[in-house]
Design a protein around this ligand. Structure first.
Ligand code: AMP
Ligand code: MG
Length: 441
């Protein structure tokens, strides 16, 4: 890395190389600086049913023990552990039934048990449950008393009972600050009787497309023009993160139009994401504008797709109260490169800036079902299809053509095959790293 975008006086050179890891570290450093300046420190309170995908601002402490009392983990029969015989079989008479929500108030004599349902409170005199399927009913006695028998070794004293506070003790942390709230977190908060959560405020993210050849949907395509698809991919990517998206449309390759658009966006947005206009031919031109507005580095990143990229901060706009810098990403124009650079750099920066503690999607591994061509010296994100092979093992193959402009390769794929910087060609049967597009959340 020959210059650093973190240095305030960094010359804004083009043709400087960064690896993916160096880029990540530089962006993360910029976000830390913004966080230190208190740029997005605000929090708000939301009702639980509005909490999905928001980022928790404070630890949620459990106001109660969970479970609140000892209860049965099984449908079966509850008894005192001391009733277990040393002989092979234990026999007990059934003195009654305990349902969930209806505590047993009677008392048990020696040799007795209670039929019990999962979740029902453990009667005071019982500490053990034998699951129903491990018992046999004995023929009814003449007096109508029900008896069961089971192998004495089938259960040990104290088994199949959930203890008070076993899941969560009162006062302990149930959900940590920085968590992106998932359905299970909402359920967990509800199980504690909590109806409101303190979350980070939503980030405001402005998006725009730059290029004279771009046309909005609904208008005819004249010679040499194309539809602006990047804004729609970006909107989809951002909406999944539950952010406020500000659509600034298509901007012509014109210094005044670009300067006006960026300044306007910076007056309201925390982050601006543009696509197009950062490749070698065009970067000089965009660079001019950006140098006036902030501290932006234009880089060639050792990756494919997504080589040209700009990032940095825009200065607070005049008369802004309080003055606030804006994080800027100038993504390459190629539609696949936009998505790859978003997933690799922008998404984690947005999550970090929002206060989330987990920023990176998990990597998994799969067997390459065919050879994959790869040049050492750059990280490649090939679009792949992950599936279970005929031998029952997880395998991955590359989707058709991998050109940076071929959006269909993203649409057909269900994962990125991530081939590391040093790696060369992959032979069929080798393990490769994979990041899934979708997952259970
Ligand atoms: P650029 O990075 O501006 O040189 O653009 C690289 C390629 O991506 C060119 O073929 C552009 O026409 C195309 N491109 C740029 N912006 C968009 C966009 N918003 N939607 C679709 N294609 C685009
Ligand atoms: Mg362009």
């Amino acid at each position: 890395m020959s210059t650093s975008p973190l240095s305030p006086n960094a010359p804004h050179l083009i043709n400087t190389g960064l690896t993916v890891e160096e880029t990540r570290a530089a962006i993360s450093g910029l976000v830390d600086q913004l966080l230190d300046s208190g740029a997005v420190a605000k929090t708000e309170s939301v009702l639980l049913d509005q909490g999905l995908n928001r980022i928790l601002a404070c630890d949620v402490l459990s106001p109660i023990d969970v479970p609140a009392a000892d209860n049965s983990a099984m449908d079966g029969f509850a008894f005192r552990g001391t009733e277990l015989r040393s002989e092979p079989l234990t026999q007990l008479t059934v003195a009654g039934t305990v349902f969930a929500g209806t505590p047993f108030t009677g008392s048990l004599a020696a040799g007795q048990c209670l039929k019990i349902m999962t979740g029902a409170l453990m009667p005071a005199q019982c500490d053990t449950v034998i699951p129903q399927e491990m018992t046999q009913k004995l023929p009814l006695a003449a007096d109508g008393i029900e008896c069961i028998q089971f192998e004495s070794s089938a259960v040990s004293s104290g088994e199949n009972r959930r203890l008070r506070g076993e899941d969560l003790a009162q006062g302990s942390v149930a959900i940590r600050a920085g968590r992106i709230l998932r359905p299970s977190d909402l359920g967990l908060a509800a199980s504690l009787g909590i109806n409101k959560l303190t979350v980070k405020r939503k980030l405001r993210v402005a998006i725009l497309s730059s290029g004279n050849e771009l046309r909005p949907l609904g208008s005819p395509l004249d010679s040499g023009s194309i539809y602006d698809s990047n804004r729609y991919s970006l909107m989809g990517l951002l909406n999944r993160l539950d952010l406020d998206v500000l659509d600034c449309g298509i901007i012509q390759d014109d210094p005044i139009a670009l300067k006006t658009a960026f300044s306007q966006a910076a007056s309201t947005a925390d982050v601006i994401i543009s696509s197009g206009g950062v490749s070698v031919g065009e970067a000089d031109f965009t660079k001019q504008v950006m140098q006036e507005l902030g501290d932006i580095g234009f880089w060639k990143i050792a990756m494919r797709p997504g080589r040209p990229m700009a990032f940095g901060t825009l200065k607070p706009v005049p008369n802004q109260h309080p003055p606030r810098s804006t994080l800027f990403f100038g993504l390459p124009g190629n539609p696949v490169a936009v998505m790859v650079t978003f997933y690799q750099f922008v998404q984690s920066a947005l999550l970090q800036l929002s206060g989330a503690t987990q920023h990176r999607p998990p990597l998994t591994q799969a067997i390459a079902s065919a050879a994959i061509r790869k040049k050492p010296g750059r990280t490649e994100y090939q679009r792949g299809i992950l599936e279970i092979g005929p031998d029952g093992r997880t395998q991955v193959r590359v989707t058709g053509s991998q050109g940076a402009g071929i959006l269909r390769s993203m649409s057909e794929a269900n994962c990125f095959i991530v081939l590391s910087h040093e790696q060369g060609n992959v032979a069929a049967g080798e393990l490769v790293n994979v990041v899934l597009f979708e997952g259970l959340l």
